[in-house]
Ligand binder design. Structure first.
Ligand SMILES: Nc1ncnc2c1ncn2[C@@H]1O[C@H](COP(=O)(O)OP(=O)(O)OP(=O)(O)O)[C@@H](O)[C@H]1O
Length: 590
């Protein structure tokens, strides 16, 4: 019930609907008690004294009761369903919203399949309980209470005898809940690892196929499927043990009723009509007890699911706005970035960047060069305030980025990453992603600057061509060019190109770069590249190694001093250097 209490906020304003639904159910339950009474009257007052003139009245009462009961059941079901759907709707929105604001750190380890199953299967289990199970639980309590009161009013001694097995029924049901709950939790986890396997397989289908690892994937899936099946079998075995035991206990009650009740009828302390009414009442009570198992199942499933959904909703957000965080005004942002002795480590790992300091004045271009894992992308992530630095400060126009709202900070930036993500929508929508009020001319202009316009126009539907999830049907370079157009259209004060032209050929890179010269004007630009050609015009180049700046300066300076920059330059420009030196030799000779 703790989970339910925590979820209260999502449906409490609709509690009237809940109360009304329970009231309708209570009326319907109370009406159910009329039938045993009518049976008693039929036997004791009509059949035994043979006064059949009361039959039409009894029949009419039965019809009216049945109709009223049906109406109440309908109302209770509709209202309950509405409440359940309302709750699921709000929870779904809340979870999705939470996913938008969870920090990068959360996504470093999050599994898509697991998240999907929380937003679908788990929410469905909660909806089911609030919309149906909760009212049924109340119904059971009401039926047992009403039924017992009525039985006591007819013959309290017989009631006590027939109720002997009720505590056993309750004990069995509670013990059952104790084992079925962890089993359901385990089953939910097994299901989420199963969905993760499917999701990863579909996402990584190209890798799987190119490595011919289909049999490995099949085996991996079948292990997870096996775990899910074992869990399913375990829970269904628990169920199959539960039912016969409950039936056995219920049968004892019936046997006791017939034996003891029959004796009471013979010695005259109970009428035949009362025995029949009792008989019908005992089923009225046992019926819902039978259901206790289903209800417990429904409840435990929703509890396990609720825990998983709450875990997501309550997950702390690593990077969030300070209370007095400043909202940037786009027109006032200059784009002056300063890193002061910044050190950062991912979790408990060694520092990914150490003691990084640089100043990127507004409109300047800063380049980063360094081997794999040297910390280039981390610097960019920190600049976006994706993580909190461990030491040092990052400032935008002299203000610590931690004192600026995350949304307004990132609104001033546009990034193009090495791995391009395209949404399954048209190219036009992919370029204008999330921007409102952009004209087609602006989209085309951005695409032209990114050298994407030409190939887009060659596509069957031009800018309306729909690209699949992960941009299927486009080459790596084409995808990158669309991503560049997307960044340029955003017209950011700070532009980040994280290996943004790695997938295009040298010639296209050169073309894009010349386009960049134009769009970089007035923006602070950070370029991460492996090619010297992308960095040579930068105002400052930082060469990184194992998270530290090992060289810094302009291209012209860096190639004159021995060090990693010159080494890379010599490798990449070997032909060019050879040609220059042979030309120089020629000149000396002549
Ligand atoms: N999300 C993450 N979680 C944990 N460690 C990370 C994460 N991202 C990067 N790292 C680690 O931080 C270090 C720096 O990585 P970073 O991605 O900044 O390097 P890089 O210079 O951009 O490399 P590349 O050129 O290969 O993209 C590496 O040791 C890497 O393993």
């Amino acid at each position: 019930m703790n989970v339910l209490r925590q979820l209260k906020g999502f449906f409490w304003d609709k509690r009237r609907v809940l109360y009304l639904s329970i009231l309708c159910l209570a009326i319907s339950t109370a009406l159910g008690l009329v039938t045993p009474n009518l049976l008693r009257i039929l036997i004791d007052d009509v059949i035994t004294p043979r006064q059949f003139d009361k039959v039409p009245m009894l029949a009419l009462t039965v019809i009216l009761v049945v109709i009223a009961k049906a109406i109440m059941q309908f109302l209770s079901g509709t209202l309950g369903g509405r409440l359940g759907n309302h709750l699921a709707y709000r929870l779904r929105n809340a979870c999705y919203e939470k996913l938008q604001f969870l920090s990068f750190r959360y996504y470093d380890t999050a599994k898509t399949g697991d998240l999907m199953s929380r937003l679908t299967g788990d929410l469905e289990a909660i909806r089911n309980f609030i919309g149906f199970g909760l009212a049924q639980m109340m119904n059971t309590i009401l039926m047992v209470t009403f039924g017992s009161i009525m039985m006591f009013s007819i013959h309290w001694q017989l009631t006590l005898v027939t109720m002997i097995s009720v505590p056993f029924l309750i004990i069995v049901a509670l013990r059952f809940e104790g084992v079925i709950h962890p089993a359901f939790q385990e089953m939910r986890i097994a299901l989420s690892t199963l969905t993760t396997a499917v999701q990863e397989n579909v996402t990584g289908v190209r890798t799987v196929k190119s490595f011919a690892r289909e049999p490995y994937e099949v085996e991996k899936f079948s292990i997870r499927n096996e775990r899910y099946k074992t869990n399913q079998i375990f829970t269904s075995t628990l169920w199959s043990r539960f039912f016969p035991l409950m039936e056995f206990l219920a049968s004892i009650t019936v046997v006791l009723l017939l034996a003891v009740g029959g004796t009471f009828v013979i010695n005259g302390s109970l009428s035949l009509g009362e025995l029949v009414a009792f008989f019908s009442l005992i089923w009225y009570i046992i019926g819902p007890m039978w259901n206790i198992g289903f209800l417990i199942n429904n409840y435990t499933q929703s509890e396990a699911s609720g825990e998983r959904v709450l875990e997501l909703l309550n997950h702390p957000i690593d990077v969030k706005d300070r209370e007095d965080a400043k909202e940037l005004v786009a027109e006032e942002v200059k784009g002056n970035i300063t890193f002061e002795n910044v050190t950062f480590a991912y979790g408990n790992k060694l520092a990914a960047v150490k003691d990084i300091s640089f100043d990127a004045p507004s409109g300047s271009v800063i380049g980063f060069l360094g081997g794999t894992g040297s910390g280039k992308s981390t610097i960019i992530q920190l600049l976006m305030h994706a993580y909190n630095v461990n030491e040092g400060t990052i400032k935008l126009d002299g203000v610590d980025v931690r004192d600026i709202t995350v949304h307004s900070l990132r609104s001033q930036m546009a990034s193009v990453f090495q791995e391009t993500f395209l949404f399954s929508s048209s190219i036009q929508n992919n370029i204008s992603y999330g921007l409102k009020d952009v004209s087609m001319e602006e989209i085309i202009r951005a695409a032209e600057l990114a050298k994407a316009h030409e190939f887009i126009m060659e596509m069957p539907d031009g800018y309306d061509t729909v690209v699949g999830e992960r941009g299927m049907g486009l080459s790596g370079g084409q995808k990158q060019r669309i991503a560049i157009a997307r960044a340029l259209l955003k017209n950011p004060k700070i532009l980040v190109l994280d290996d943004a032209t790695s997938a295009v050929d040298m010639e296209t890179e050169h073309e894009i770069q010349s386009g960049f010269q134009e769009v970089m004007k007035g923006r602070t630009t950070f370029i991460i590249a492996h090619r010297i050609s992308s960095l040579r015009h930068a105002d400052e180049i930082l060469v990184l190694d194992e998270g530290k700046v090992v060289q810094r300066g302009k291209h012209e300076q860096l190639i004159t001093v021995p060090g990693p920059y010159r080494d890379v330059y010599q490798i990449q420009y070997a032909d060019h250097i050879a040609r220059i030196s042979s030309e120089a030799e020629e000149q000396v000779k002549s």
